[in-house]
Design a protein around this ligand. Structure first.
Ligand code: DX5
Ligand code: ZN
Length: 218
């Protein structure tokens, strides 16, 4: 199933609550919330209190992307703040299995992400326990970067591996997604599309529907 997850990193932070509400009324399936700690990535965004403060604006799925070094230490804060799915990086400093188990024990879905230089095989040992794999299509840290076409091969490999498991696992792409690249990623096998600048740079409803139509056409 195709899902569009606008990234709040590109919203107007002075009115993040009403931006979240407007996105959820504009046909989005999820709301992507980028948490950066200035250590795992060279940028700092927001933490659990900010997410908690906008939870009341809608019941849309909160798709929390943790770009932090120690997800195990903070996972519970994000689930309590209202995350429906918590995605963390396989390159982090926490124990991966323990972090997955922690998030699941809180009745929250789990995603595991790979940075562009990490082979997709790094997530294979965990496929049985997770709900989503996020294949980064830019170096994590900033919005507005260019899509890395060379990541598509990883998606095809992952899709094949998921088929072997017989499980339903979403494949998410994040970074540089626009009307052109959404088609490329969908063709490769992705089904969840994060888009920051492409959504917030125009009319939200029109942008989300255009991305959805293009992904569905593949
Ligand atoms: C980057 C973040 C992305 C970012 C995408 O590290 O994970 O979610 O907001 O922004 P765009 O869609 O502008 O590339
Ligand atoms: Zn993200």
């Amino acid at each position: 199933m195709i899902k569009i997850s606008p990234s709040m990193l590109s919203c107007d932070f002075s009115k993040i609550g009403s931006e979240a509400e407007e996105i959820s009324k504009s046909g989005a399936d999820m709301l992507h919330l980028d948490v950066m700690d200035g250590h795992f990535v060279p940028n700092i965004t927001f933490g659990a209190p900010v997410i908690k403060s906008i939870r009341h604006t809608s019941d849309i799925v909160f798709d929390v992307h943790l770009m932090i070094s120690e997800p195990l230490k903070y996972a519970e804060d994000f689930v309590k703040a209202g995350a429906d799915i918590v995605t963390f990086h396989v390159e982090c400093d926490s124990d991966i299995k323990e972090t997955i188990e922690k998030i699941k024990s809180l009745s929250c879905k789990v995603g595991l992400s790979v940075k562009p230089e990490t082979p997709i095989e790094a997530v294979f040992p965990y496929l049985d326990q997770i709900d989503m794999v996020l294949v980064m299509t830019v170096e994590p840290g900033f919005g507005g970067q260019s899509f890395m076409y060379d990541q598509m091969e990883k998606i095809s490999l992952l899709k094949e591996k998921i088929r072997e498991t017989g499980k339903t696992i979403d494949i998410q792409v994040d970074g540089g997604i626009n009307d052109e690249t959404v088609s490329v990623a969908a063709k490769a096998g992705a089904n969840v599309f994060v888009a920051g600048s492409a959504v917030f740079g125009g009319d939200y409803k029109e942008r989300i529907s255009s991305l959805r139509n293009r992904a569905t056409a593949e």
